[in-house]
Design a binder for this molecule. Structure first.
Ligand SMILES: *[C@@H]1O[C@H](CO)[C@@H](O)[C@H](O)[C@H]1NC(C)=O
Ligand SMILES: *[C@@H]1O[C@H](CO)[C@@H](O)[C@H](O)[C@H]1NC(C)=O
Ligand SMILES: *[C@@H]1O[C@H](CO)[C@@H](O)[C@H](O)[C@H]1NC(C)=O
Ligand SMILES: *[C@@H]1O[C@H](CO)[C@@H](O)[C@H](O)[C@H]1NC(C)=O
Length: 390
């Protein structure tokens, strides 16, 4: 089975014109990209912040596969035997991009997001935990173009919509943050030189080779938790269930080869990392999401069941379309306001988020619930916003 992207890049026309400097990071033609590449800043900071359960977290995201197909795939089966198989994991919507963004910012926008939306990068920076985002075939660190076809190799796998970081303006507009969003080649270099950060997000396009997963396992990292997941399922008419597997030596021997059937979604990745390093929260869907049980048992977070009268029974939730928002092309709704008073096991909303959103309590619709809306069950905005719903 191939885990290929559904993306088809528009073919590039040869460009022979001299590029004017400075080059925009959104420019996609060859001359501009090469000019920008020559001066692009890459940062690879390291840190050693002790976590409660793991000291390094690696998130690897694969593309569109139904749960049943993924679970039957021999590679995934083999991986599951080496760790914990998560049999009740769900994406948050369709298509791909908002899912990628959900794991970074705790909400699920679709296009460039305002700079006042904070991300996991801010939470990690707050505690001095180093991080990096690795994208296969990204032409240079901080590149903001929608796609890139490497004229030398013909590789066309890099697409911005699978890059969870650069779509956030709080990353794209910060040279220091954008410099940590880099080509996957940097992963190999940092691995060799012992410069890997403590939190890594990897979008591989070559998993069908076993290439990237092998890199992960051959590395002798200590106390690492690796989370391999699919971004979304393939069949939009069924529940958006995805396979995920937890691996790495942070998993105790007695849990290797076991199954965890608790309900998780992409926000669980945020919640787990927050619980492990005692990070602040984003005050969004990260607050209520279940922490992976193997971690929750040590951080004493409650792993909850879907149970909320505002939503139908879980089986009726499909998570297969997006609800209105500021970036929707069809139906506008106000920008979600974070809960500046979030509290979970003593973890509170990041101070800079509290400062950026003063007096916004009446417009907040996040209340630390496990249950999340979908397109068929959009969030209930508090008055006076209800009038905006189409
Ligand atoms: C980015 O990675 C690809 C392989 O994934 C490689 O061919 C290319 O040279 C790299 N570019 C840079 C700027 O490192
Ligand atoms: C890793 O590579 C070896 C051989 O190179 C292969 O037999 C094995 O299946 C690969 N493992 C994964 C998880 O892809
Ligand atoms: C979501 O799934 C439901 C149930 O199959 C279906 O009625 C609906 O059309 C789907 N929505 C989309 C956008 O595919
Ligand atoms: C957040 O940014 C958006 C877009 O720039 C703006 O419309 C909104 O007023 C900002 N909200 C706050 C509280 O600063």
């Amino acid at each position: 089975m191939r885990f290929s992207t559904s993306f088809t890049a528009a073919s590039l026309t040869a460009v022979a014109l001299a590029a004017p400097a400075p080059v925009s990071p959104t420019a996609t033609d060859v001359t501009d990209v090469y000019a920008a590449e020559a001066t692009a800043l890459t940062l690879s900071p390291v840190s050693h912040v002790k976590g409660k359960v793991f000291d390094r977290y690696v998130s690897i995201w694969l593309e569109n596969t139904d749960y049943a197909a993924a679970a039957a795939d021999p590679t995934m089966e083999a991986l599951a035997k080496k760790g914990i198989k998560l049999t009740n994991s769900f994406a948050v919507t369709h298509p791909s991009e908002p899912n990628y963004l959900s794991v970074f910012g705790g909400w699920r926008p679709f296009r460039a997001t305002p700079s006042n939306v904070s991300t996991i990068a801010d939470l990690l920076d707050d505690k001095g935990v180093s991080w990096g985002v690795y994208q296969e075939d990204m032409p240079y660190s901080g590149y903001q173009g929608f796609s890139w076809v490497n004229p030398k190799t013909g590789a066309n796998d890099y697409v911005r919509k699978h890059n969870p970081a650069i779509v956030y303006n709080s990353i794209a507009n910060s040279p220091e943050k954008a410099a940590k969003v880099k080509n996957f080649t940097l992963f190999n270099e940092e691995l060799k030189s012992n410069k890997l950060p403590q939190w890594l997000f990897i979008t591989p396009n070559m998993l069908n080779d076993g290439h990237d997963t092998n890199v992960t396992f051959d590395a002798s990292w200590s106390n690492t938790l690796v989370h391999i997941t699919f971004d979304e399922n393939e069949d939009y008419t069924i529940q958006n269930q995805i396979l995920a597997v937890l691996l790495g030596d942070a998993i105790p021997k007695e849990l290797v080869g076991t199954v965890d059937d608790n309900y998780y979604n992409h926000y669980s990745e945020l919640a787990t990392v927050e619980a492990n390093w005692d990070l602040k929260t984003l005050g969004r869907w990260d607050v209520g999401a279940n922490v992976f049980a193997n971690v929750a048992s040590k951080t004493r977070d409650n792993v909850r069941k879907w149970n909320n009268d505002d939503y139908p029974a879980f089986e009726k939730m499909f998570f297969n379309s997006s609800y209105p928002g500021i970036l929707s092309t069809t139906t506008w709704a106000p920008q979600p306001v974070p809960d500046i008073h979030s509290r979970r096991k003593g973890r509170t909303t990041l101070d800079s988020i509290q400062d950026a959103w003063p007096g916004s309590d009446d417009k907040n619709y996040y209340h630390g619930e496990l249950e999340i809306p979908d397109g068929m069950h959009p969030p209930k905005y508090p008055e006076p916003f209800s009038a905006y719903w189409a």
